[in-house]
Design a binder for this molecule. Structure first.
Ligand SMILES: Nc1ncnc2c1ncn2[C@@H]1O[C@H](COP(=O)(O)OP(=O)(O)O)[C@@H](O)[C@H]1O
Ligand SMILES: [Mg+2]
Length: 255
């Protein structure tokens, strides 16, 4: 039932504690929105799930060792490098193959074209990456992460610096993909993301999980504006005061 199960996870960088005693279960085909201040440990959490970082304590289990696609937070790309969209998507196959000199097979190319088509990017297929808008490039990087057809897709701030239209397109794309994929998305797009996510997590060294993301939305609203959204009832506000976590001024600005 759970694609990802994290138990009592702590991660330290030397003496710096990035994550402290985290528990998290992610259901199959769920979209989990991960939020929290800069430096809160969101990227560390994703990298631990990806096994790029080793837990200091605790463990991360992935169901049946499902494959994971990853769209990193900052993709270092020389935009003037002469490479087109199809080539970038095909690069997603390379990491699996290790044999860097190996040419792509006919099937690889066919898979890439099919995926590009499915994601509505066919007209960009032969476009040089330097000629893409930020939103288009991000979609191509998502396609690159999807080329091996992973069960789990992990995206680290994929819509940062994009305009509202591009954000919406990417969110719609993820919603469609979640029909048969489990998706974890780190985002600062508080306003835009809520209609698209099933559950939410707030990460600031510790992790608060929200079965109902609207509760997190209300808490953030209240923390930012000092009063609750009309629909939130008194009980919830009281509950928040008891169990809620106070962040410092800095965090409020980031949110
Ligand atoms: N490679 C690293 N070495 C040392 N400290 C790191 C490293 N990566 C991240 N950190 C620290 O761990 C904390 C969490 O960082 P990060 O996971 O990148 O947070 P976020 O993605 O939420 O902004 C921060 O205090 C950051 O400075
Ligand atoms: Mg990060």
């Amino acid at each position: 039932m759970y694609d990802i199960n994290i138990e009592n996870l702590s991660v330290y960088y030397g003496p710096v504690c990035a994550l402290q005693n985290i528990n998290l279960k992610v259901k199959s085909n769920e979209i989990l929105g991960i939020m929290g201040p800069n430096g809160g440990g969101k990227t560390t959490l994703l990298k631990t799930i990806l096994k790029i970082i080793k837990p200091t304590e605790g463990k991360v289990s992935i169901k049946g060792d499902s494959s994971i696609g990853y769209v990193p937070q900052f993709t270092v790309f020389n935009r003037s490098f002469p490479i087109n969209v199809l080539d970038v998507v095909l690069m997603g196959k390379l990491s699996r193959k290790i044999k860097w000199f190996q040419k792509y097979s006919f099937k690889d190319k066919k898979d890439a074209e099919e995926l590009i088509n499915k994601l509505g990017l066919l007209e960009l297929k032969n476009r040089q990456i330097g000629q893409l808008s930020g939103g288009q490039l991000q979609k191509v990087l998502i396609a690159r992460a999807l080329i091996t057809d992973p069960k789990i897709l992990i995206l680290d701030e994929p819509t940062a610096n994009l305009d509202t239209k591009a954000k919406k397109e990417i969110h719609e794309m993820l919603k469609k993909l979640s029909e048969n994929k489990t998706i974890l998305i780190v985002t600062h797009e508080m306003k835009d993301i809520f209609p698209y996510i099933d559950t939410a997590a707030y990460v600031n060294k510790t992790l608060h999980y929200y079965e109902n993301p609207q509760k997190l939305k209300s808490e953030i609203f209240e923390k930012t504006y000092g009063y609750s959204i009309g629909t939130i009832n008194k009980e919830k506000v009281i509950d928040k005061k008891i169990t809620g976590h106070k962040e410092d001024e800095d965090d409020q600005r980031i949110i």
